[in-house]
Design a binder for this molecule. Structure first.
Ligand code: SAH
Ligand code: SF4
Ligand code: F3S
Length: 434
C-alpha cells in the first residue's frame, strides 16, 4: 500500500520545483501519494521560505500543530530555505521534528529519512548535475531549473545564505529535461533561477559547456520541437544587455512577459541595496523593452521601508511606477533578515511609516492595473489552457501572462486557442474561444 505525504510548500517557484523533486526522490524508495489530510499522513514535510520574517515565525507554531494532530508514528521534516539557515536549531526548538533538509540538499531526502534527527544543510552542495526523478504537478507546463544558488549580495536578501553560490546546470541536461516534458504533453516551460541571466558564469566541477550565456541558452531551448512557450524567472535588471533584449523581443517562442525587479526607485537606496543599477539605468532598460516589444507585460518587485528610505526616496519609487506602469507589481515591507548586511544598518524605518508607503504604492498600482485590465476588453489573445476549474470552466494564460477563464470542456486542456475577451477584472479576464 502506498504511503501518504502531506507537503506544504511556501515561497517561490524554485521551492515549488524542489517540492516536485522531493516527491520524485521519495518515490524512488517507496510509493507516496499526496494528501491534504494531516491526520492520515505518514510523512509531513514543510518546504520553507526565509525571505521575510513572518513565515519563519509561524513555522514553530505550525510544527506544534502538526506534532499534535499527526497520525501515530508519522514523521515530520523541515526542508527549504529556513532549514538551510537554522539547521540543527530547528530540532533544538522543536524536538518533534525528525529531520532538517536544506535547499540544494534535496537529493539526500531518502538518506535523511533513515537517520534520527538528521540535519543536512550544506549550502555548498552541488546538485547541478544530479539526475532527479521525474514528477510534475501538471503535465501541461514544466518548471525547469537552469541555475542553483545566487552570486549577488543584495544587502537585504537572505537567499545567498540559504541557497549558496550560483552554479549553472549543463545545457544538455536542461534540454533533455524539457524534451521529456514536451513528450509528456507540456508546450510551455518556465526556466528557473534566482538570477537567470547569470546563466553560464560557472558550472559544476568537470562540466564542459558550449552554451556561454542566457541568451544562447534561450536560442538553444527555442529549437526544441513541440515546445511553444518559454518563460523565465527571474532576470536581474543589471544583466539585461541589448543582445538579450533583442532575443526576448524577436524570438516568437519567448512569451512577452518579463520580470524586471526594481526593489527601489531611488538611486541612493539602490546603492545601499547593492543592486548595481541606478534609477536612470532601470528606466532606460524598461523603455527599451517597451520599444522593442510593445506587447510585453513588465512585472516587478518593490521593497518599501528599506533602512534610510526617506519620503523623497519613496517618491522616486512612485515615479518609476508612473513611468513604467508595471502590469504586475509584488510589493513588500522591508523585513530585516539574519545574516544580511542591511539588518545592521542605521535608520531602520518605523513600521507604521513603511505600512503607509506600502498602502500608497499598492493603491496606485491597483489603479494602473484596473486601466491595464479594462483595456483588454474586446481584444483577441492566444491562450494556452492548462487547468480545469469548477462550474465547467477552463483556465489558461495569455502570452503576456494574464489569467483567462472560458466556459468549455476538457478538450481545451493542452490547447492554444484564440480567445476574445468579454469581461475584465483586476485579477483575471473572461473570454470566449473563437
Ligand atoms: N532573486 C529574485 C528574488 C528572490 S526574493 C530577484 O532578484 O528578483 C523575492 C523578492 O522578495 C525580492 O525581489 C524582494 O523584492 C523581496 N525580498 C527579498 N528580501 C526581502 C526582505 N528582507 N524584506 C522584504 N522583501 C524582501
Ligand atoms: Fe524562494 Fe527565496 Fe523563499 Fe528561498 S527564501 S524559498 S529562494 S523565495
Ligand atoms: Fe539574489 Fe535576488 Fe536577492 S538576485 S541577492 S536573491 S534579490
Amino acid at each position: 500500500m502506498s504511503k501518504k505525504l502531506y507537503l506544504e510548500t511556501l515561497g517561490c517557484a524554485m521551492n515549488q520545483r524542489d517540492s516536485e523533486h522531493i516527491i520524485a526522490e521519495l518515490n524512488r524508495a517507496d510509493t507516496y501519494e499526496c494528501t491534504d489530510r494531516l491526520d492520515e499522513a505518514d510523512l509531513i514535510l514543510i518546504n520553507t521560505c526565509s525571505v521575510r520574517e513572518k513565515p519563519v515565525s509561524k513555522l514553530f507554531s505550525e510544527i506544534g500543530v502538526f506534532a499534535k494532530h499527526r497520525k501515530e508514528g508519522a514523521r515530520i521534516g523541515v526542508c527549504g530555505c529556513t532549514a538551510s539557515h537554522l539547521g540543527a536549531e530547528v530540532i533544538r526548538r522543536a524536538p518533534s521534528v525528525d529531520f532538517v533538509l536544506g535547499a540544494r540538499n534535496v537529493s539526500k531526502i531518502n538518506d535523511v529519512m533513515t537517520r534520527h534527527h538528521a540535519v543536512e544543510v550544506d549550502i555548498d552542495y552541488d546538485e547541478s548535475t544530479y539526475p532527479f526523478g521525474e514528477y510534475r504537478t501538471t503535465r501541461y507546463k514544466a518548471m525547469v531549473n537552469i541555475t542553483i544558488g545566487c552570486d549577488k549580495s543584495c544587502t537585504y536578501c537572505i537567499v545567498p545564505h540559504t541557497r549558496g553560490e550560483e552554479i549553472s546546470i549543463p545545457s544538455d541536461l536542461i534540454v533533455r529535461e524539457i524534451v521529456r516534458a514536451v513528450e509528456g504533453g507540456a508546450r510551455e516551460v518556465l526556466l528557473l533561477g534566482q538570477n537567470v541571466n547569470g546563466y553560464g558564469r560557472r558550472f559544476g566541477v568537470g562540466v564542459v559547456e558550449n552554451v556561454k550565456n542566457f541568451t544562447e541558452l534561450l536560442r538553444t531551448i527555442s529549437r526544441i520541437e513541440g515546445l511553444e512557450r518559454i518563460r523565465f524567472q527571474s532576470p536581474h535588471p543589471l544583466h539585461m544587455d541589448d543582445a538579450f533584449l533583442e532575443e526576448f523581443a524577436t524570438n516568437p517562442k519567448i512569451c512577452k512577459q518579463i520580470h524586471v525587479p526594481l526593489q527601489s526607485g531611488s538611486t541612493r537606496i539602490l546603492r545601499a541595496m547593492k543592486r548595481g543599477y541606478t534609477q536612470e539605468n532601470f528606466l532606460e532598460r524598461c523603455a527599451k523593452i517597451r520599444r522593442l516589444a510593445p506587447e510585453a507585460a513588465i512585472s516587478t518587485d518593490v521593497i518599501v521601508g528599506f533602512p534610510g528610505e526617506t519620503d523623497e526616496d519613496f517618491e522616486a519609487t512612485m515615479a518609476v511606477l508612473e513611468a513604467v506602469r508595471f502590469e504586475q507589481m509584488f510589493s513588500f515591507k522591508y523585513s530585516p533578515r539574519p545574516l544580511t548586511e542591511a539588518a545592521e544598518f542605521e535608520g531602520q524605518v518605523d513600521s507604521a511609516i513603511a505600512g503607509e508607503r506600502l498602502k500608497r504604492i499598492q493603491a496606485r498600482h491597483n489603479a494602473i492595473l484596473d486601466e491595464v485590465m479594462h483595456a483588454q476588453m474586446g481584444r483577441i489573445h492566444r491562450v494556452y489552457f492548462d487547468e480545469r476549474k469548477p462550474e465547467g470552466r477552463i483556465a489558461g494564460r495569455t502570452d503576456d501572462g494574464k489569467l483567462v477563464f472560458v466556459s468549455g470542456g476538457e478538450e481545451l486542456l493542452g490547447q492554444i486557442r484564440d480567445v476574445e475577451i468579454i469581461r475584465t477584472s483586476r485579477t483575471a479576464l473572461d473570454g470566449r474561444v473563437i
